[in-house]
Design a protein around this ligand. Structure first.
Ligand SMILES: NC(=O)c1ccc[n+]([C@@H]2O[C@H](COP(=O)([O-])OP(=O)(O)OC[C@H]3O[C@@H](n4cnc5c(N)ncnc54)[C@H](O)[C@@H]3O)[C@@H](O)[C@H]2O)c1
Length: 249
């Protein structure tokens, strides 16, 4: 049996220099995919590529600010020029500020939504347009448990994450069976993303996780690799929660 479930696949992933995105890129490559990593963090992206190639995998880094549609087009172009197709497009980069609607400025809302929702829509749009005219594919969107419930203090982020789940549903129903779309909804994952969130919020969240721990990004990557693979062929238009029982739904 071939244990490399993504052999022959070409995967694109944003926010791939750090945390969940980096772990997913590494896992996709380990499962046999050729991977195009995108991020604004050039050093982090190159170092992830080096880690993949040192392990015998195939990957390239494309410097990308996902808030710029032209840079998302360039990312798709790089994947097609380098590897000839795109089978998995994983929107994962994000930006957030920890504030309620009272304290948040319009600029902070716009910045959050441009990176954490509009870029998912535009990246999905160009990827789906390619996939429906070629060999089909999978859109993966990193959502959050906050796509499903209200965690205090995350106003604009929650708008974006709720939108990502709705976007995923719409792509799933519009473009099946040629394109699948799945949102991955993590709970508490140990990454640099928690910088800027008050310590008491972190402690409150951690104390209420039934699994009694946060997860490592590699645990999310294991789920993503399954969802990207043909083994998940009947999963589309929905979200998959990975939260140690935090939501209990
Ligand atoms: N860590 C958690 O507990 C958690 C929980 C739920 C959901 N998530 C989601 O997981 C995803 C990944 O988060 P993470 O925890 O790995 O965070 P992270 O901070 O480790 O990684 C985020 C990456 O996005 C990149 N990025 C930011 N702005 C960008 C832009 N404009 N263009 C391109 N890249 C950009 C950063 O440089 C960074 O490499 C996000 O969508 C986040 O909302 C994380």
């Amino acid at each position: 049996m071939d244990t490399q479930r993504l052999r022959g696949k070409i995967c694109v992933i944003t926010g791939a220099a750090s945390g969940i995105g980096r772990a997913c890129a590494i896992r996709y490559a380990a499962e046999g995919a050729r991977v195009v990593l995108a991020d604004i963090d050039h050093a982090g992206g190159e170092s992830a590529v080096n880690e993949i190639t040192a392990a015998g995998g195939q990957a390239v880094f494309q410097p990308t600010d996902v808030s710029e549609p032209a840079q998302l087009e360039a990312l798709l172009g790089r994947a097609l020029a380098t590897y000839g197709d795109v089978h998995v497009w994983h929107n994962n980069a994000f930006k957030s500020v920890f504030k309620t609607i009272i304290d948040q400025t319009l600029q902070e809302f716009d910045d959050t939504v441009r990176i954490s929702l509009r870029a998912y829509w535009y990246g999905s749009k160009i990827a789906v347009m390619h996939m429906v005219n070629h060999n089909g594919g999978v859109i993966l969107n990193t959502a959050s448990v906050q796509s499903y419930f209200g965690e205090p203090g995350f106003s604009a982020y929650q708008v974006a994450k709720g939108g990502i789940l709705s976007l995923t549903r719409s792509i799933g129903v519009d473009h099946a069976p040629k394109v699948r779309a799945v949102a991955i909804a993590p709970g508490f994952i140990h990454t640099p993303a928690h910088q800027g969130i008050p310590a008491e919020t972190i402690e409150r969240v951690k104390a209420s996780i039934p699994a009694q721990r946060g997860a490592q990004p590699e645990e999310v990557a294991a789920l993503a690799a399954f969802l990207a693979s043909d083994e998940a062929d009947y999963i589309t238009g929905t979200g998959v929660i990975i939260d140690g029982g935090y939501l209990g739904i």
